[in-house]
Ligand binder design. Structure first.
Ligand code: NDP
Length: 267
């Protein structure tokens, strides 16, 4: 039986085993997928032991995405752009790294019926998640991206890291005057139970607001959007399931249907 795992620290909260078990059932595959708690300074040794025991691939979560990126022998363009790896495949002793987070976000937006062509996008935050979603969003045909982050220099660095043919700008909170078609909260503010001091002018009733955090309760960002009359509001559960489907395809060459699994998780 092919063996996979999600590695992180902490890891108890991860929904990846449920998601991948559902994908395997759907496709009639027989796989083993477990949680692997690695010591903070023991990522590489834990992965090597997993490979020696016959492990085929891994999902990588906080705080190991950047170390995994550094260690890989081969990287996809998305992993290179994100400078982080969330899916590992082991082939003849080589570590092959991919990043499916941004692909998952774009797939979820499309599945939710959000039109991407030519739209203007605001990304709040410039951390690991923002890096991961940038290239897939740009490749999806959107018009341009403004990035706004508490530490402005990081937004500048991130906007400068994109290929010159794309329209990406770093903007400060005081420069936020226009409205955007899509506003993505990639900060960890919602995890802290707080919302950002965003001017209400960034949303119009037709805007879409997407919080990368997922929760059984409405996130502070989505509550803010609802109070402003925004009807298209999403949390990151769809992105989580879609990114897992891309990881499954990376390992096994066939892409599961994410939507049915997402519906089950929601209910
Ligand atoms: P990072 O720690 O790499 O980045 C955090 C970002 O949030 C930084 O830009 C930071 O700004 C900003 N930030 C943190 N606290 C505040 C605050 N109080 N006010 C304003 N800005 C703040 O985290 P990640 O990028 O890895 O994760 C961000 C979010 O994305 C999390 O909620 C995570 O759960 C979610 N996520 C969801 C995924 C999914 O599949 N749905 C996948 C990956 C992430 P500064 O630079 O100034 O510190």
């Amino acid at each position: 039986m092919d063996s996979y795992a999600v590695i992180g620290n902490p890891i108890g909260h991860s929904q990846s085993p449920q998601i991948h078990a559902a994908f395997a059932r759907q496709l009639g595959h027989s796989i083993d997928y477990s949680r692997l708690l690695a010591p903070i300074d023991g990522f590489e040794a834990s992965v090597e032991r997993f490979i020696e025991a016959g492990g085929r691939g891994m999902s990588v979560t906080v705080p190991f995405k950047e170390i995994a990126y550094e260690r890989c022998n081969q990287l996809s363009s998305y992993a290179q752009s994100a400078q982080a790896v969330n899916a590992l495949k082991f082939e003849q002793g080589r570590w092959v790294g991919h990043n499916t987070d941004g692909l998952g976000l774009v797939a979820d937006l499309i599945a939710q019926g959000i039109k991407l062509s030519g739209i203007n996008v605001l990304i709040l935050g410039a951390g690991g998640a923002a890096k991961g979603i940038l290239l897939p969003l740009l490749e999806s045909g959107i018009g341009g991206i403004d990035i706004c982050n508490r530490t402005h220099d990081k937004a500048v660095q991130l906007s400068n890291s994109t290929p010159p043919n794309y329209l990406v700008r770093a903007v400060s909170m005081t420069e936020l005057t226009e409205s955007y078609d899509l506003i993505i909260n990639s900060t960890s503010a919602s995890l802290q139970g707080i919302n950002l001091p965003i001017p209400s002018s960034v949303v119009s009733p037709s805007s879409c607001c997407y919080d990368l955090m997922y929760s059984s309760e409405e996130t502070p960002f989505n509550q803010w959007a609802r109070e402003l009359g925004v009807t298209k509001r999403f949390d990151g559960l769809g992105m989580l399931v879609h990114q897992a489907a891309f990881a499954y395809e990376f390992w096994r060459g066939v892409k599961p249907d994410a939507l049915s699994v997402m519906e089950k998780l929601r209910s």
